[in-house]
Write a protein that binds this ligand. Structure first.
Ligand code: UT7
Length: 331
C-alpha cells in the first residue's frame, strides 16, 4: 500500500461551557485536594457537560467546525465514524444521530468502541475506506460525556475525567501528494479488560436494583496497573509508528499524545526521544476526555499555529480494552 492515501482537511472541537476546577470536588464531600490531583495527574480543571450537551451535541459542534475548516458540505460526507465510550443510548449508534443532525444524507454512520484509542482506530478505519474506494470524504469524531459514567463517589476515578469532542475531516490524497497519514498502528489485549471497565449495565449483567446499589455500572480502574501498561504500550506504539513511516524521533515536529496524566505523557515523550517543548499538553485544562482528547488537542494545536502546513505530527493513545495505537500525519 502506497501512502499517503488520506489527509486531514480540517479539524474542530466542541467543548461544554461549564468548567469544574479541582477545588470544586470539596463541595461533593470527596476527600481529595487540588494539590493531590495536580501532583499525581497534572489536571487543574475539566469541562462538564450539561443535560443538553449530549455526546451527539458535542460531536456535532466539533464536526461543524471541522467541516467549515475543510470547506466540506454535509452532502459530501461518505462516512461518519464516531468513537465514543458514552453513547447517548445503546441502540442505534450515536453516529446516526450525528448523521441526522448534520444532514449528511449520503453518509454511512457507525460507532467505534475502543475507549481512549477510539479516534486513532477511527482514523485508521477511515483511511482503509479510502484505500478500498468505498469513501472519498470521511468525518472522524471522538465525543465523550465521561461525567455520565464515572462514579462521583469514587475519588480515585472521578477527578480524572472530563467531557468534550474533537473531529477531523479526512479526504482522499491527490496522487504524489506529500501530506497525509504516513503510518498507523493498532493493538489490543482483552486479557486485561478488567483493569479499566464498567462491570455491569450491558447485555451480560443488565441494569437492576442490585447494579444500581453496588454502583457496578460506573467506571472502575486499577490506576497503578493502568499507568504501567499505558507507559509501556504508548512507548511501543511510538516506535511502531516511527518505524512504519521510516522516521526517527528527531523528525517529529509535534507529539500529540492521549491526555490522561502528564506523567504518562512525559514518560512516553522521553522514550520517543522527543523533548517536552515539542509535546502538546492540555490535560491541565481538560482532564481525560477519552477518545476526544487527541482530536481536541490537535484542533487547539492547529488553531494556535503549532500544527501548520508541513508539520509532521505523531499521535499516540492508550485506553480501556486495553487498546493502544499511533499514527503519524504530515499536514
Ligand atoms: O485513559 C485511559 C488510561 N488511564 C490512565 O492512563 C490513568 C492511569 N493511572 C493514573 O494516572 C494514576 O495511577 C492515578 C492518577 C489514577 C493515581 O495515581 P497514583 O500515583 O498511581 O496513585 P495511587 O493509585 O497509587 O494512590 C495513591 C494514594 C492512595 O492512598 P494510599 O493507599 O497510598 O493510602 C489512594 O487512596 O492516593 C489515594 N488517592 C487519592 N487521594 C486524594 C486516590 N485518589 C485520590 C484523590 N485524592 N483523588
Amino acid at each position: 500500500m502506497k501512502r499517503p492515501i488520506a489527509y486531514v482537511a480540517g479539524t474542530g472541537r466542541g467543548v461544554p461551557k461549564r468548567v469544574m476546577t479541582n477545588h470544586d470536588f470539596a463541595a461533593l464531600g470527596l476527600e481529595t485536594s487540588h494539590e493531590w490531583i495536580v501532583e499525581r495527574t497534572g489536571i487543574v480543571e475539566r469541562h462538564i457537560a450539561s443535560d443538553t450537551e449530549t455526546t451527539c451535541y458535542m460531536a456535532a459542534d466539533a464536526a461543524r467546525h471541522a467541516m467549515a475548516r475543510a470547506n466540506v458540505a454535509p452532502g459530501e460526507i461518505d462516512a461518519i465514524i464516531l468513537s465514543t465510550a458514552t453513547a447517548d443510548r445503546l441502540l442505534p449508534a450515536t453516529a446516526v444521530d450525528l448523521q441526522a443532525e448534520l444532514g449528511a444524507r449520503r453518509a454511512a454512520a457507525f460507532d467505534i468502541s475502543a475507549a481512549c484509542t477510539g479516534w486513532i482506530y477511527g482514523m485508521t478505519v477511515a483511511e482503509g475506506l479510502m484505500h478500498t474506494g468505498v469513501a472519498e470524504t470521511v468525518l472522524v469524531v471522538g465525543s465523550e460525556k465521561m461525567s455520565a459514567i464515572v462514579d462521583w463517589k469514587d475519588r480515585s476515578t472521578c477527578v480524572l475525567f472530563g467531557d468534550g469532542a474533537g473531529a477531523a475531516v479526512l479526504k482522499r490524497s491527490k496522487p504524489h501528494a506529500r501530506e497525509g497519514i504516513l503510518s498507523a498502528y493498532m493493538r489490543s489485549d482483552g486479557t486485561l479488560a478488567e483493569l479499566l471497565w464498567r462491570p455491569s449495565g450491558g447485555a451480560k449483567i443488565p441494569f437492576s436494583e442490585t447494579v444500581l446499589g453496588d454502583r457496578s455500572s460506573y467506571v472502575r480502574m486499577a490506576g497503578r496497573e493502568v499507568f504501567k501498561h499505558a507507559v509501556r504500550s504508548m512507548s511501543d506504539a511510538c516506535d511502531r509508528a516511527l518505524d512504519g513511516a521510516k522516521l526517527r524521533g528527531d523528525d517529529i515536529d509535534i507529539l500529540i499524545p492521549h491526555q490522561a496524566n502528564v506523567r504518562i505523557i512525559e514518560a512516553t515523550a522521553k522514550h520517543a526521544n522527543i523533548p517536552m517543548n515539542k509535546v502538546y499538553v492540555n490535560v491541565d485544562r481538560y482532564g481525560n476526555t477519552s477518545s476526544a482528547s487527541i482530536p481536541i488537542a490537535l484542533d487547539e494545536a492547529v488553531e494556535t499555529g503549532r500544527v501548520k502546513e508541513g508539520t509532521t505530527a505523531l499521535m499516540v493513545a492508550f485506553g480501556a480494552g486495553f487498546t493502544w495505537g499511533s499514527m503519524i500525519v504530515r499536514f
